[in-house]
Design a protein around this ligand. Structure first.
Ligand code: NAI
Length: 345
């Protein structure tokens, strides 16, 4: 049986992988995959990793030198993998879609919570404080949602917005043909949206796409929702925009410096990240720790597709869900040999 080193394992991962795994000996490590822990993969045939593992060039080389040839990301996003370093050495497979609805529904949950101040009402009523002062929100019906990135999750979010009677404006590098969706440029999204929700990947181009300049163009009193990747937003610029009232509320499932914090319990520690502390302290910010994917349907699909990706690799088949630096938008380009032989190299 092939042996898989499974990093950053959580009880919910183990539950679903153990339920569906038949072909592998999986060893679950609590540790994140980093240069310090890569040695744990020695003697294994493959590695399974997640969004906050640090798969930089040094880690790739260590894995490669210990015989690893496949890295199965159990995530859709993969901005934490050094693709250039892994190319020609380690095949990187991922789970392109497991439940776009899980993430889109969480995005809307964050919007409803921060708008209607449900997080504050929950705390109040637990203390038998039934006052409504300060809890006023706005109707979302008739308001404009600006959706940046109209892939699988963006489209699911658009459907929810339309179901609520919102007008949708969209921006994407590759506009699609979606009924009743008006594509526009990013400046119009900034200027016209009451809510901006981010659903594009983190790339060099999208890093800090919401910075001070972007916030200065936005409507006063709008909402920001980010379930995509933290570094799409420059956090200090968001704090300023919250302070000057440009942003009425923010619902964040991701944070640019989340890697050393999210998924762990620091309730007995002093967090040294002042920007995060300030964001969390704002009554109009709701932060969840990268949990938008966490539904039973999504966890089951993640385990099933990851195991299938490994089956394809070890049986020498074409790798349906392989990505590399030449096809890293998920759209296979002519430059990638995957178009001919089913594998990126
Ligand atoms: P997708 O690949 O289906 O869609 C992404 C869309 O973004 C594509 O239409 C693409 O053309 C567009 N795009 C790429 N570069 C762009 C740019 N510079 N400006 C505007 N649009 C651009 O991806 P999917 O499945 O919808 O996921 C979106 C993101 O959600 C992922 O990249 C990931 O970071 C995040 N995610 C977060 C999860 C969570 O638990 N919080 C779970 C899963 C994904």
């Amino acid at each position: 049986m092939k042996k898989i080193a499974f990093f950053d394992a959580k009880p919910y991962d183990k539950e679903w992988f153990d339920r569906l795994n038949k072909n592998y000996e999986i060893v679950y490590f609590d540790a994140k995959l980093t240069a310090h822990t890569a040695g744990l993969a020695s003697g294994f045939d493959g590695v399974c990793a997640f969004v906050n593992d640090e798969i930089n060039a040094e880690v790739v080389d260590r894995l490669y030198n210990s015989g690893i040839r496949v890295l199965a990301m159990r995530s859709a996003g993969y901005s934490n993998v050094d693709f250039k370093a892994s190319y020609g050495k380690i095949h990187v497979v991922r789970v392109p879609a497991y439940s776009p609805h899980a993430i889109a529904e969480h995005a809307m949950g964050l919007l409803l919570t921060v708008n209607r101040k449900i997080h504050r009402a929950y705390i109040r009523t637990r203390d038998f404080n039934f006052s409504l002062n300060g809890l006023c929100g706005i109707d979302l019906f008739g308001k404009t949602a600006g959706v940046i990135g109209t892939g699988k999750i963006g489209r699911a979010f658009i459907d929810i917005c339309r179901g609520m009677g919102m007008r949708v404006l969209a921006y994407d590098l590759y506009p699609a043909d979606i009924p009743d969706v008006e594509y526009t440029d990013i400046e119009t999204i900034f200027k016209s949206s009451d809510v901006i929700s981010l659903h594009c990947p983190l790339t060099d181009q999208t890093h800090h796409m919401l910075n001070g300049d972007a916030f200065s163009k936005m409507k006063k009193g709008m909402f920001i929702i980010n379930t995509s990747r933290g570094a799409l937003i420059e956090s200090t610029a968001l704090l300023n925009a919250l302070n000057d009232g440009t942003v009425r509320g923010a619902g964040l499932d991701v944070y640019e410096e989340e890697a050393d914090l999210f998924f762990e319990d620091f309730s007995n520690s002093i967090i040294k990240d002042d920007v995060l502390s300030l964001l969390v302290s704002r009554p109009n910010v709701v932060l969840t720790s990268h949990q938008a994917f966490l539904t039973e349907e999504a966890l089951g699909a993640i385990a099933e597709i990851t195991l299938r990706n490994l089956d394809e690799f070890f049986s020498g088949e074409a790798l349906t869900n392989e990505v590399c630096y030449q096809c890293d938008t998920g759209k296979v380009t002519e430059r990638c040999p995957k178009t001919e032989n089913g594998r990126c190299f």
